[in-house]
Design a protein around this ligand. Structure first.
Ligand SMILES: NC(=O)c1ccc[n+]([C@@H]2O[C@H](COP(=O)([O-])OP(=O)(O)OC[C@H]3O[C@@H](n4cnc5c(N)ncnc54)[C@H](O)[C@@H]3O)[C@@H](O)[C@H]2O)c1
Length: 318
């Protein structure tokens, strides 16, 4: 990795991955690509930034050749809840966007990171200790684009030798940028409401257990996978990775340890509840641990403590 292009750089993951990669590889060597969503100063003022629609292959090609890019982190996607509202647009952006990036990676010999998701599983998948290799039959358009993406990445590796690598991220919790319309967004919103109002109304049922991860671990996973020796990678596309697994009621209990007056109530959104009910409760991530030494740092308790600390400073400063 010498010259890196990040698509979706202004999103929840990109806005944290970009500064970490710029610090590690040099600001000028990390090209951030956004679209419509306004980038924060940290991204705009610390290195190259371009606004490009992911469906504009020629503009992407120009960026890759102008900057001599050798690695792409492709983060653009419509997320689960948003995609369900606009399935055809989700297919267009998620699949045609990935297809453009794969073709460019093939033509210009770039390595490619693609973030898949727990959404790549479905109601027929074993929900507990979900194996690395198991039934993938999602019933959401987002999940369908994620399985298709994993398969397409594998195909480009096998057929054309493109160095594609991907993980199945669980719900990600972070404090820099609000999440972009996923089913696990409650696990971020709850912190803002706990600090501002002492109360949160959750859109998932209290016992909806799902895999989760704190953003520093997610950033570490993406970089670590891309830096791993290719010889060790057996699965390559779609590594299960998780750090913790909890339900809204457990997260609320952990927050109460810091904010004793905090209360939670539930007004279930049937669309997002159905999506969550189709996802695994807890994935088996031993393949990632074995093949590229995946090892998360943050437990539920450590994540909650850090989130409350960082977010309370951010809210006070704003
Ligand atoms: N955040 C999570 O909890 C989570 C979990 C599993 C997988 N993922 C995956 O990780 C990746 C990044 O997720 P995120 O949470 O940062 O998403 P996000 O919604 O916060 O960011 C996605 C970015 O894509 C950009 N985008 C949308 N349409 C575009 C278009 N037509 N052209 C160019 N850019 C466009 C948006 O501007 C946005 O900044 C996605 O592939 C997502 O599926 C995220």
């Amino acid at each position: 990795m010498k010259k890196i292009l990040i698509t979706g750089a202004t999103g929840q993951i990109g806005s944290e991955l970009t500064p970490v990669l710029r610090k590690k590889f040099g600001s000028e060597n990390v090209i951030a690509v956004g679209h419509k969503r306004k980038p924060g100063r940290e991204i705009l003022e610390t290195g190259p930034y371009s606004s490009v629609d992911i469906r504009d292959k020629q503009a992407l090609q120009r960026l890759v050749t102008d900057h001599d890019v050798d690695t792409v982190f492709h983060l653009v996607s419509l997320l689960s809840a948003v995609a369900e509202e606009q399935p055809q647009r989700a297919w267009d952006i998620n699949m045609n966007g990935l297809s453009n990036i794969l073709e460019i990676s093939r033509e210009y010999h770039c390595a490619l990171f693609f973030p898949s998701s727990i959404a790549a599983f479905g109601p027929l998948t074993p929900p507990d200790n979900t194996p690395q290799d198991t039934i993938q039959h999602p019933n959401t358009i987002y999940g369908i684009t994620k399985v298709s993406g994993e398969l397409l990445c594998d195909y480009y590796h096998r057929r054309f030798g493109v160095d594609t690598r991907s993980v199945r991220f669980p719900g990600l919790i972070s404090h820099k940028v609000l999440p972009g319309g996923g089913t696990t967004d409650y696990a971020v919103h709850i912190f803002y409401h706990a600090l501002k109002d002492n109360h949160y109304t959750c859109f998932l049922r209290s016992d909806t257990q799902l895999d989760m991860m704190y953003m520093p671990d997610a950033i570490q996973a993406a970089i670590q996978l891309m830096e791993s020796d290719r010889e060790g990678l057996i699965h390559r596309n779609g590594y299960n990775i998780t750090a913790m697994s909890f339900a809204p009621a457990q997260l609320a209990e952990e927050i109460k340890k810091h904010i004793p007056d905090f209360t939670i109530s539930y007004t279930v959104d049937p669309v997002r509840q159905a999506i969550a009910d189709s996802w695994p409760r807890h994935m088996d991530d031993r393949s990632a641990r074995k093949e590229w030494q995946w090892a998360p740092q943050y437990t539920l308790a450590a994540m909650v403590e850090d989130m409350l600390d960082k977010l309370s400073h951010r809210i006070k400063a704003s």
